[in-house]
Each structure stands twice: as structure tokens, then as C-alpha cells.
Design a protein around this ligand. Structure first.
Ligand code: ATP
Ligand code: MG
Ligand code: MG
Length: 555
């Protein structure tokens, strides 16, 4: 067996261990902002952090980065926890940046006292203007040299809610000429007059990401704070903030960056996903077309398939786009091993077996899963009148058509070999019935010579008398463009596929599916993989198509 290769994050950790970091000090965190549902990009970060936890037997915290009450909600907190557990991971401690508001405030006061932070009463436009450009230094704010006592007094009033939002901010006093724009006196606090989902109205000043994140890592003693590449330039500030509070007897967290996961034919930022929800382009965060964990789950994806996808797409140092067909490959592989084989007809046409006795019915045996010897069998009722798929019959077909035609034989799955005889048409020439005869000695599994006969095609079918009517929802890509948010002239909403949902109102399924449960996975033979939708009820079954049997996108 080839030695397992380490990703570059694991290599960093191995180096740290080799340089003396005790393994029991390893600690990781997954830090979502509860401003939306988790998506398949977050799954990369979840699998990375929790995967490291498993590999090194180290705790992994779930930290809600809840520093902006204008965007965050309890609904998102609950959904995030549910999704992580569903993926099969368990966090060590559930933490919130908001738990540290008092500590962060106390540290901010220390910074002010040391002359390393000041309140600024200018407009955000003025502050932005003074920042300068990457090649020219910024200009000092007129507030930069306010005496400490005055800063402390104003900051306290900010905290006590005596100022309107936007009147004052607290800034770190670092370097207005730094080549790193983030070091040019970055904001630590701003006033937001919104109730917070956890702290209510206790606070009206809220820490900025950079101020909260590294200090939260320090409080939790996170050894490796892994984030995506857009934070690379923040690392200098992360370190500067740590320098101000760091006690050398404690572990000092380090930030390291990896590439975001992007997926073709979709968008991944929560802001954009929220827009799809708010404009009702989709039915909700868990719409089966969404790249969210909850959408994928509803679509029929399994935790194993998403974890596998993370494993095969890997952790990278450079941004790129992963082809969505890789994700589809992972779910197809998983379901092939686990899904129960059943029969359903989505576009039915009636088939009459003229030599099968009227009124007779029998139960045939269907294998549950040929890939799994322990999966057993179930019974499928058979009778004289069946539905088959309309596209499985052609009156005049060329010799490449291996399905049913007049005068040709095919096998009905788990049943008999039949031969097309005649058709019945309505006044418009549409076929309403196909009449055929069966070789009644050819029953599958009967052991007769006729049952061993090889014919070119095998069709799925349902017995009309026994079939259950169900709704089937088939999905196409939500966007027509490979990278819908990469265009300068057009917004991503302009690439929404208007035909991404196809609802089949009357599909007919074998009665075995009457007892389908929410998490059950099925292969409708020859059609694809399906799962029950949460909108389903016993009197109105609804199935989602997860994915087809083959990659229909391959060129
Ligand atoms: P979004 O733009 O979707 O809101 P975000 O980075 O603001 O993304 P957070 O909730 O802050 O979302 O993310 C939590 C963690 O997941 C962070 O460490 C973040 O870097 C990581 N993450 C988010 N999106 C991706 C992605 N597409 N690929 C890999 N990791 C991601
Ligand atoms: Mg974020
Ligand atoms: Mg965000």
C-alpha cells in the first residue's frame, strides 16, 4: 500500500509537533458565522478541521462567530449544528464569540490605556479616504492623538449607548503607512443598535472580525486556526492583536490559510444563497437545488458521499473550481452500494399482455441490491396490464433500438420475455396501448430453458392495478453558467436556469414504496436514484431525483 500523503496543513502540524509542540495541545475549531445555512464549501472546512481532530485525537470546537447582530439569527445556529451532526462530526465545546464580549471589551480598554487604540468620530467615508492606497501612505485621523482619558470616556459612552450608530468607532493605532492596508489603523468596534440573538440588548458596540477572531482562538487555546485564503493578508493583523494580549505561558494560536472550495454551476456565498431564498428563486435554504448541506440532504445526498467528496477534492493552497460532476460521482458510488432497487414509471404508456389470463396476478421476486449480498429481496406484483416508459417503445425503430418494438422481444425485469404485437391509437394518432404476448415459460429465476434465453433489452414496469401514484421532482442545474458569479457585466442572478425543476405529477411506482421513509434511498431501475421528499405524505408521496445513473454531462 502506498504511504498516505499528508496535505499541506497536516505537514505544518507535523512540523510543529517535530519542533516541540506537545500533541495534547493540538486544538481546532470550525467558526461559522450564523448568518445563513452551511454549504458544500463549509463542508471542506468542517471535514478539514474535524478530520484533524480525528487524526490527532484533538478537540474541535464549534465556534459561532456571532459579532454582527444585523445578520445573525438563532435559526441559523440551529441549522448549522444539525448539519454538522448529520455529517457525522461531534464538537468538543459549543462556543460563541459573544461569550467573550466582556473580555474583548476589557482588552480594548487596555489597548486604549497603552495608547494603542483611539476612538474616531469621523464618517466612514472620511476614514476610508484617509486610508490611502497600497502604494501611497494614508493620512492620520485628526482623532489619532486624542488623550487616553478622553478616549476612555468616549468609549465608555459608546458602550453605554449614548451615541448613534456611525458616530464613533474604536480603531487600533498601528501604522498608517503600512504596505498592508489592513494595518492602517483598523476598526475594533462599531456601534450597532440591534438586539443580538444571544446577548439581547446588553451590548450596542460589537467587535470586528479581526479583533474577535484571533482573541477568541487565544481564549479557547486553539493551536491552529485554519481559514480560507482571503484572510492571508489578515494574518499580520491577527498576529499584532495577539501580541497585545499574549501571555507567554500559554499557547499562541497560529492562523494558516487554505483555498476556498468552489463548485461549478453554482454560487457559494451565503449572501448570494440568501438572495436566491429571498427572491423565491428557490423554495428555501434546503431547496434540493441549493449547494447547502440541507439542500443536498433533501436531494438525497448522504453524509458519506459529502465526506468522500471532501476527501477526493482535497485541501489546496490555490483557489480553483471543483467540477460538480465529481460530487455527483461520489453520491452515485455510495448509492450504488446502498440503494434499494425498485421500479417506477415516470412517463407511462399502457402495455397489455394479451396471452396473460385476465384477473390473474402473481408476486415476483426482486433483488433489493445486486451489489449487496445481504440486502435480501422483496415481492413485486405482476398482472396482465402494466405501465412501461413511453420512450421504451417505438413502432418503427432502427436496429440500434434495443427496447420494445413490434415483432421484437425484450425482457420485463424480474418477469417474462414479451414480444410487441400491435398498438392502439387515439384519434390524434397517439399510442394509448401496446399489445404484446409473453413467453409464459420465461419467468426470471424459474430455471426453465426459456428463462435463460438472452434478449437484447430489459425494461422496467409496474402493474397498473397495484401501482401507487406519486409525484416525482427532477432537478437540473440551478445555473446555466459554469461560474455564474464570475462575470463583470452580469450578476449571477441572470444565469439562473429557468427550467431547473421538473415536476412529474403522475408517476407510477411499485407498491413496495408505499412504506418509504424520509431517509430511505432507492434506485428506480434504469432511471436514477431517488429519495422521499419532506413535503411527502402517505396520501401524496413525493420523490426527489438525487442523480441519474450515468453522468449525462460528460462530453
Ligand atoms: P460565505 O461567503 O459563504 O458567507 P464565510 O467564509 O463568510 O463564507 P463563515 O461562516 O465565516 O462563512 O465560514 C466558516 C468557516 O468555513 C470559515 O473558516 C471559512 O473560511 C470556511 N469556509 C467558508 N466557505 C468556504 C469554502 N467555500 N471553502 C472552504 N471553506 C469555507
Ligand atoms: Mg466569515
Ligand atoms: Mg460571510
Amino acid at each position: 500500500e502506498a504511504p498516505e500523503s499528508l496535505n499541506f496543513i497536516e505537514q505544518i502540524i507535523e512540523e510543529d509537533l517535530a519542533n516541540g509542540l506537545p500533541q495534547e495541545q493540538l486544538r481546532f475549531r470550525f467558526p461559522p458565522e450564523p448568518n445563513g445555512y452551511l454549504h458544500i464549501g463549509h463542508a471542506a472546512s468542517i471535514c478539514l478541521n474535524f478530520g484533524l481532530g480525528e487524526r490527532y485525537n484533538a478537540p474541535v470546537n464549534l465556534r459561532f462567530d456571532d459579532t454582527n447582530p444585523a445578520k445573525e439569527e438563532q435559526e441559523y445556529v440551529d441549522a448549522i449544528k444539525n448539519d454538522i451532526e448529520w455529517l457525522g462530526f461531534q464538537w468538543a465545546t459549543e462556543c460563541y464569540s459573544s461569550d467573550y464580549f466582556q473580555q474583548l471589551y476589557d482588552w480594548a480598554i487596555e489597548l486604549i490605556k497603552q495608547g494603542k487604540a483611539y476612538v474616531d468620530g469621523q464618517s466612514s467615508e472620511a476614514i476610508a479616504e484617509q486610508k490611502g492606497t497600497p502604494t501611497t501612505p494614508g493620512t492620520a485621523s485628526p482623532f489619532r492623538d486624542t488623550p487616553v482619558e478622553e478616549n476612555l470616556a468616549i468609549f465608555e459612552k459608546m458602550k453605554n449607548g449614548e451615541y448613534e450608530a456611525g458616530t464613533y468607532v474604536l480603531r487600533a493605532k498601528i501604522d498608517m503607512a503600512s504596505p498592508n492596508m489592513l494595518m492602517r489603523d483598523p476598526l475594533l468596534y462599531r456601534i450597532i443598535n440591534k438586539a443580538h440573538h444571544r446577548t439581547g440588548n446588553e451590548w450596542c458596540i460589537y467587535p470586528m472580525y479581526d479583533w474577535a477572531h484571533g482573541e477568541s482562538d487565544y481564549i479557547e487555546q486553539i493551536s491552529h486556526s485554519l481559514c480560507t485564503l482571503e484572510f492571508k493578508s489578515h494574518r499580520e493583523l491577527y498576529d499584532w492583536f495577539l501580541d497585545q494580549i499574549y501571555d507567554k505561558s500559554k499557547l499562541r494560536p497560529k492562523q494558516r490559510e487554505f483555498a476556498r472550495r468552489n463548485l461549478s454551476y453554482t454560487v457559494m456565498s451565503k449572501r448570494k444563497l440568501l438572495e436566491l431564498v429571498q427572491t423565491k428563486t428557490v423554495s428555501g435554504w434546503d431547496d434540493p437545488r441549493m449547494p447547502t448541506i440541507s439542500g443536498l440532504r433533501r436531494r438525497g445526498y448522504t453524509p458519506a458521499s459529502i465526506r468522500k467528496f471532501s476527501e477526493v477534492s482535497g485541501i489546496s493552497k490555490r483557489d480553483g473550481v471543483t467540477d460538480v460532476s465529481l460530487l455527483e460521482f461520489c453520491i452515485r458510488e455510495d448509492l450504488n452500494k446502498t440503494a434499494t432497487r425498485v421500479m417506477g414509471v415516470i412517463d407511462p404508456v399502457k402495455l397489455v399482455i394479451t396471452n396473460y389470463p385476465e384477473g390473474k396476478e402473481e408476486l415476483l421476486i426482486a433483488e433489493n441490491n445486486p451489489e449487496d449480498a445481504d440486502s435480501g429481496t422483496h415481492e413485486v406484483p405482476f398482472s396482465r396490464e402494466l405501465y412501461i416508459e413511453r420512450e421504451d417503445f417505438k413502432e418503427d425503430a432502427g436496429n440500434k433500438f434495443f427496447r420494445l418494438t413490434i415483432g421484437n422481444e425484450v425482457r420485463l425485469k424480474n418477469a417474462y420475455i414479451i414480444k410487441g404485437e400491435t398498438v392502439v391509437k387515439d384519434a390524434d394518432g397517439n399510442i394509448t396501448e401496446i399489445h404484446c404476448t409473453a413467453d409464459l415459460d420465461s419467468k426470471s429465476g424459474s430455471g426453465t430453458e426459456a428463462s435463460m434465453r438472452k434478449v437484447k433489452g430489459t425494461l422496467h414496469w409496474v402493474s397498473i392495478k397495484h401501482a401507487i401514484k406519486a409525484e416525482v421532482r427532477e432537478y437540473d442545474r440551478l445555473f446555466l453558467d459554469e461560474a455564474p458569479d464570475s462575470h463583470e457585466e452580469k450578476g449571477f442572478m441572470e444565469f439562473v436556469n429557468p427550467n431547473s425543476l421538473n415536476i412529474v405529477k403522475e408517476a407510477y411506482l411499485e407498491p413496495y414504496l408505499m412504506n418509504a421513509q424520509l431517509d430511505d434511498k432507492y434506485q428506480f431501475q434504469r432511471l436514477g436514484y431517488f429519495t422521499l421528499d419532506k413535503d411527502s405524505s402517505p396520501s401524496h408521496l413525493i420523490f426527489n431525483k438525487t442523480v441519474g445513473l450515468k453522468d449525462t454531462w460528460a462530453k
